[in-house]
Design a protein around this ligand. Structure first.
Ligand SMILES: Cc1cc2nc3c(=O)[nH]c(=O)nc-3n(C[C@H](O)[C@H](O)[C@H](O)COP(=O)(O)OP(=O)(O)OC[C@H]3O[C@@H](n4cnc5c(N)ncnc54)[C@H](O)[C@@H]3O)c2cc1C
Length: 418
């Protein structure tokens, strides 16, 4: 048995989790001592390996009317975009019940203004961070029989939200984007959306606060109130006191919440990606969302990343099924000119990551009632990269006692912790 090392330290703000949300928050708190503890480097790299879409167009919470029907339809097909894994955690049934109850117009009206405002702040701050972004906006591509109507409805929906978009017909789309196959029927250009390499964004934001102390491979196992703040203990025996704690622990935030007696309604949703070299003559220029195939693609320099699937699972399940990798590539290949799938699937660099999915489809951002100095910044689901710096801006205003709008207040954990 090894001897435990006890390191004592103190900091003003301790962030639990060094994924994109944690490093974004640290990047904005340059006026105080900040420390990040992460149980990996970060663990599983969800914030580094994702599709890198910055989607102002996704301002509507994930729980919305129509989602129950879409989910049920998908679950009836073994190969659907939404699925359950064989490793479901105990809270799955209650999460599903809450999610279903939230698929209402009221839920959409409650959260959309706050999410939209944070997405716009994020997009602006990401642009000014100096990270490389795609020079062309994102395209939403439709391929079904009803493609033209679907595209029209989407453009109207975005216009209702005040988000710019442009309808592009099939022949224009095929001319402008050589990577598309004739299966495309209609396209909506999402005027405020773009793509980036999530690894580059994470690295930049991690380096943005030169005084940040980042401890990798430190799992927080206990949190106790202590004089003027909290005392945190990690698996290696580190003991740290902090005035403020921010829980930005992604898919593990529920477990961290338990250390403080908070019940955070959250589940992990596994997604797959593959990353391949771009091929001459079929270079993809735009980040794309294939609405009917439920697949997203992002050009990353000389590579192309494709991602899909939303599989409810345990937060330690990163298993990769060959069948899913094959399906992801083959689905994308119906809309994109891609080479034949290689015999050795390792050539596709298959990867899985875990989205922290909240029970009402909106992120949990704000102070925890009755626990002064404790903040949540989690539950970002499908759009954590897109919401990163908007979340950080909001948390920095809460910690600095600066104004917060009513739309942003709607995102606070007060909605489930009374
Ligand atoms: C396939 C796929 C594609 C995606 N595409 C996009 C996209 O195009 N655009 C977009 O905006 N989003 C996308 N996402 C979603 C995005 O990746 C997530 O929302 C985001 O990464 C969540 O970031 P996070 O910082 O909250 O969590 P994480 O990156 O998971 O970080 C949480 C960290 O907390 C740490 N931690 C947990 N428990 C403890 C503990 N007890 N002590 C210390 N540390 C702890 C973990 O080690 C981990 O590193 C995608 C996700 C997937 C899976």
């Amino acid at each position: 048995m090894g001897t435990k090392i006890h390191v004592s330290a103190s900091t003003n703000t301790l962030i639990i989790g060094g994924g994109i949300i944690g490093v974004s928050i640290a990047s904005m708190l340059t006026d105080r001592d900040v420390m990040i503890l992460d149980s990996g480097e970060p663990r599983f790299g969800t914030s580094i390996g994702n599709a890198g879409h910055v989607v102002v167009s996704h301002a509507q919470p994930f729980a919305a009317p129509g989602m129950i029907a879409m989910g049920a339809k998908s679950l009836l097909h073994a190969d659907g975009a939404f699925a359950f894994s064989a490793h479901l955690p105990l809270q799955t049934a209650s999460w599903i019940a809450s999610f279903m109850r939230s698929c209402t117009k009221g839920n959409v009206e409650k959260f959309t203004p706050g999410i939209l405002s944070l997405l716009r702040t994020s997009a602006e701050l990401i642009h000014s961070s100096g990270v490389t972004t795609t020079s062309t906006p994102t395209w939403e591509v439709f391929t079904s029989q009803k493609a033209t109507e679907q595209a029209q409805v989407e453009a109207e929906h975005l216009s209702h939200l005040g988000i710019s978009s442009l309808l592009i017909n099939r022949s224009e789309a095929l001319e402008q984007e050589p990577s598309l196959t004739p299966k495309v029927k209609a396209v909506v250009e999402l005027g405020e959306d773009f793509g980036l390499d999530p690894r580059e964004l994470w690295q930049r934001l991690r380096a943005a606060n030169p005084d940040l102390v980042f401890h990798s491979n430190e799992l927080v196992t206990a949190i106790a109130p202590s004089k003027g703040g909290y005392l945190l203990t990690t698996t290696s025996g580190m003991q740290i006191t902090a005035e403020n704690i921010v829980i930005a622990a992604g898919s593990w935030s529920r477990e961290v919440g338990k250390l403080l007696g908070i019940k955070i309604p959250l589940i992990a949703a596994k997604g797959y990606s593959v990353t391949v070299p771009m091929h001459k003559g079929t270079n993809s220029l735009h980040p794309m969302i294939f609405a009917d195939e439920k697949t997203a693609t992002d050009p990353l320099g000389d590579h192309l990343r494709m991602s899909a699937r939303f599989e409810l699972t345990h937060p330690n399940d990163r298993s990769i099924k060959e069948k899913r990798v094959r399906q992801l590539y083959e689905r994308a290949a119906t809309v994109l000119n891609l080479p034949l799938i290689p015999k050795d699937l390792a050539e596709l660099s298959p990867w899985t990551g875990l989205r922290p999915a909240s029970a009402d489809g909106a992120p949990y951002i704000g102070p925890v009632p009755d626990l002064p100095g404790v903040y949540l910044a989690t539950g970002h689901g499908l759009i954590g990269t897109a919401l990163s710096l908007g979340t950080a801006d909001l948390i920095s205003r809460y910690i600095g006692h600066r104004p917060v709008t009513p739309a942003e207040l709607a995102l606070s954990p007060r909605r489930f912790i009374h």
